[in-house]
Design a protein around this ligand. Structure first.
Ligand code: CMC
Length: 392
């Protein structure tokens, strides 16, 4: 069967050629389709970035208007899907709800399950996914609280609509705070793609069997959920809260993270590829300062986070291993400022990452990549004979 090289965790193995995202971990560079993340975060919008990632170019105005209006028109989910929410326990983690609802979408659009792709159907699936994910996510929050769901409103922008579905009540007038909507848009842009990370690779791998795009995205949501990946943003806030409630001091937390006998890690620190700073963390830290200032919020967790960063970065353990704050370190503080509950943080990451997942899936299918099927090095017993049950 030939010679097999082993690289657990794919630390040094490329899985594909890709023209979507460029990442230079040594120098802290991140570009989507060639455009620096700093420029996109400052000047673009989330849906424009989604278009860029998926189709490869910044859209002309008419094209962008069509894309946005198509997405706006598809935000409703099938009325029958509302019933699914009744079956989840009220404490259901919204990531579990999100993964299963996205998987369930495929059952409403059976044409998406065909192996052979038709461009018009693919376009519609892409529009539906981007449109419906925010409705599914917001409703999972409403249901967990026992609040009435709010239907999307076509007059609102993508982020405004999400905030409306999250926080409006049928009994009251609700106005979206533009500072919050803009900050959310920036956060979604910063999360939109990150080349062959665990969830994107999962989407490509699941999709390589020609499972539907819905199924592949649902698999990606599940991969993102874990605390070493997107789940870290929830864990960061829990860690900062623990310090704030004086259960642990910053120094003790850092010592615990260095102790190899425990599985504990400093959440929001370290990255497989960035061995310098994470450019997204840099932008988020700055947006965090600006937004909290504009909203007049004084969050003690922000000060704790800054002190923790300082302590860690002056400790040789973190310096030697090149462990810097990553995208998840400051994002939770921004989500808190927006009143987004902690258990929804990873869902917010999924909302942002969706265009990247779609782009990765589309590239994989357009390039007709073969089914992903890694090999292994077998370490089990050599051949032995079956033993009857009475002789074991
Ligand atoms: N706290 C303490 N030690 C750490 C940490 C941390 N956060 N991260 C890595 N290390 C140590 C690790 O123990 C190892 O030490 P040694 O060489 O002595 O055995 C060394 O640094 C290298 O770590 P690794 O586990 O081999 O690195 P990796 O590339 O496999 O893991 C990571 C990358 C992001 C999973 C890891 O840094 C981590 O677990 N960080 C905490 C969770 C986190 O913040 N995840 C979000 C990542 S960014 C957004 C995303 O992808 O979703």
């Amino acid at each position: 069967t030939g010679y097999i090289t082993l690289d657990t965790g794919f630390k040094n193995t490329g899985s594909t050629n890709s023209a979507i995202t460029y990442l230079d971990g040594e120098n802290g560079v991140l570009r989507y389709r060639g455009y620096p993340i700093e420029q996109l975060a400052e000047q673009s919008t989330f849906l424009e970035v989604a278009y860029l990632l998926i189709y490869g170019e910044l859209p002309p105005k008419q094209e962008l208007d069509n894309f946005v209006s198509e997405i706006t028109r598809h935000t409703l989910i099938h009325e029958e899907m509302k019933k699914f929410y009744e079956g989840y326990p009220s404490k259901a983690h919204p990531m579990g709800v999100l993964a299963s609802m996205i998987s369930a979408l495929s059952t409403f659009y059976p044409e998406s399950q065909k192996s052979e792709l038709h461009p018009a159907e693919v376009e519609l699936t892409i529009i539906r996914l981007i449109a419906k994910i925010s409705t599914i996510a917001a409703w999972s929050y409403k249901k967990s609280k026992g609040f009435p769901i709010m239907y999307p409103q076509n007059r609102l922008s993508y982020t405004e609509n999400f905030l409306h579905m999250m926080f409006a009540q049928p009994t009251e007038e609700f106005n979206v705070n533009p500072v919050i909507a803009n900050a959310l848009d920036t956060l979604l842009i910063l999360h939109a793609d990150h080349e062959q990370n665990c969830s994107a690779s999962t989407v490509r791998m699941a999709g390589s069997s020609h499972a539907s795009l819905y199924a592949a995205i649902s698999a990606g949501v599940c991969a993102l959920w874990g605390p070493l990946h997107g789940g870290a943003n929830q864990q960061v806030i829990e860690m900062l809260k623990q310090i704030h409630q004086a259960d642990e001091s910053i120094q003790k937390m850092v010592e615990k993270a260095k102790d190899k006998s425990s599985d504990f890690r400093l959440m929001g620190f370290g990255h497989r590829v960035y061995k310098n700073f994470d450019p997204r963390a840099k932008i988020i830290k700055q947006v965090c300062d600006e937004v909290l200032d504009e909203l007049g919020i004084d969050d003690p967790l922000l000060d704790i986070a800054k002190s923790l960063e300082e302590v860690a970065l002056s400790d040789s353990y973190f310096v030697d291993r090149k462990l810097y704050p990553n995208v998840d370190f400051y994002s939770g503080i921004l989500y808190r400022a927006m009143n987004i509950p902690t258990e929804m943080f990873t869902v917010m990451f999924a909302l942002g990452r969706l265009p990247g997942w779609i782009a990765q899936w589309k590239e994989m299918r357009d390039n007709k990549e073969p089914i992903s099927r890694p090999r292994q090095i077998y370490t089990g017993p050599t051949e032995r004979n079956y033993v009857d049950i009475e002789n074991r």
